[in-house]
Design a protein around this ligand. Structure first.
Ligand SMILES: [Zn+2]
Ligand SMILES: [Zn+2]
Length: 348
């Protein structure tokens, strides 16, 4: 019996089904990836729960790893080989706008999560499927890193982009608000750039985990006043950089209040709900502050993220909380949506 393409389809809010289709043939310029693992990101959880509005049926999944199963005649065989372990970058940039043409496809003007990808029956990011057609531009080799860990290359690439946007220098004081997977990765990468990293989370176990990964101090803002504590730790100089990795708009005020002169606040997370916050324009002026927004990652970020992983500079193992086979997709989503895991990974 011929191999089938299995895919997890969101049919309506809170309802998914695993469906089977024929495996597509790669076009002459395409690579067919046999997906082995795909992580369930917060974005998919929100799409499944109806918080991120998508049109059903919808296929989620953008954190995936697998191997090359087939490739078209025009794919460069000097670089790509059947069996290569690869991760795939988001294929939702338009490739045509000024940002895309400048190598900043993370900031594409027409970024579209709901594009219909080739070879798949429905629209959506498509990675929660056993087979995935991709252009070589969006394919990245990842060595022999275990697939469940390598599936997390995409979030690492986004955090790498965020940390570089802040241009951290040796000795900078960096505060990371939130110790979910994104906060942990920020703490880890900022520490590797020579920063004195402080993390803040009401979950002390997670705060201590960040300390184990390179942070110096973990603060529990439910027990102490965050801004005052940062003042004490820094002798009033406050932070050079604050990363907000939570979706809670009210915490952005704390982030601003923790900045020192010439400080930068980086808004990494998306905000749900997107409640406007007041801020003092004069403070921004007087203290030479910078606001930086960051989302997604570029091909260049992917190349470097895969190297960090495959060379063992960064280990993503602590963030693979649970692994489910595709036939237990429902259980995987229910578990992921409990919000107490780093990443739940589905294997195909
Ligand atoms: Zn993601
Ligand atoms: Zn574009």
């Amino acid at each position: 019996m011929a191999d089938k393409l299995k895919t997890i389809v969101f049919k309506e809010v809170d309802h998914l089904e695993v469906e089977e289709f024929d495996v597509p043939e790669p076009g002459s310029d395409q690579i067919l990836v046999r997906v082995e693992a795909c992580a369930i990101c917060t974005w998919e959880q929100r799409a499944y729960k109806g918080i991120n509005k998508v049109e059903y049926p919808f296929i989620g999944g953008h954190e995936l790893c697998g191997h090359i199963e087939a490739m078209g005649a025009n794919v460069d065989s000097r670089t790509w080989h059947i069996g290569d372990r690869v991760v795939c970058g988001a294929q939702f940039a338009c490739d045509n706008c000024t940002q895309c043409k400048s190598g900043d496809e993370n900031a594409c003007q027409h970024f579209d999560h709901s594009k219909q990808l080739p070879g798949l029956p429905y629209h959506g990011m498509g990675g929660l499927s056993s087979h995935y057609l991709v252009n070589p531009a969006n394919c990245f080799k990842v060595g022999d890193t275990p697939v469940e860990e390598a599936a997390l290359t995409e979030p690492l690439s986004c955090v790498l982009h965020s940390v570089e946007s802040a241009d951290i220098h040796f000795g900078d004081v960096v505060l990371v608000i939130g110790c979910g997977i994104m906060g942990q990765l920020h703490a880890m990468l900022a520490a590797k750039r020579g920063a004195m990293v402080i993390v803040s989370d009401t979950n002390e176990e997670r705060g201590q985990m960040a300390v184990g990964l390179g942070a110096k101090i973990a603060i529990n803002p439910a027990k102490v006043n965050l801004v005052e504590t940062i003042g004490e730790i820094t002798n009033g100089e406050m932070c050079n950089v604050v990363f907000d990795t939570t979706p809670i708009a009210a915490l952005v005020q704390d982030a601003i209040d923790c900045l020192g002169s010439q400080g930068k606040v980086v808004l990494y997370s998306s905000f749900h709900p997107d409640v406007p916050i007041p801020f003092s324009p004069n403070l921004v002026h007087k203290r030479n502050l910078q606001f930086i927004g960051t989302a997604n990652s570029s091909q260049r970020d992917f190349v470097r993220a895969t190297r960090l992983i495959s060379e063992g500079v960064v280990s993503l193992k602590p963030f693979v909380s649970e692994v489910y086979p595709v036939d237990q997709a429902q259980a995987a989503f229910d578990s992921a949506c409990m919000g107490d895991k780093f990443r739940v990974v589905v294997t195909f």
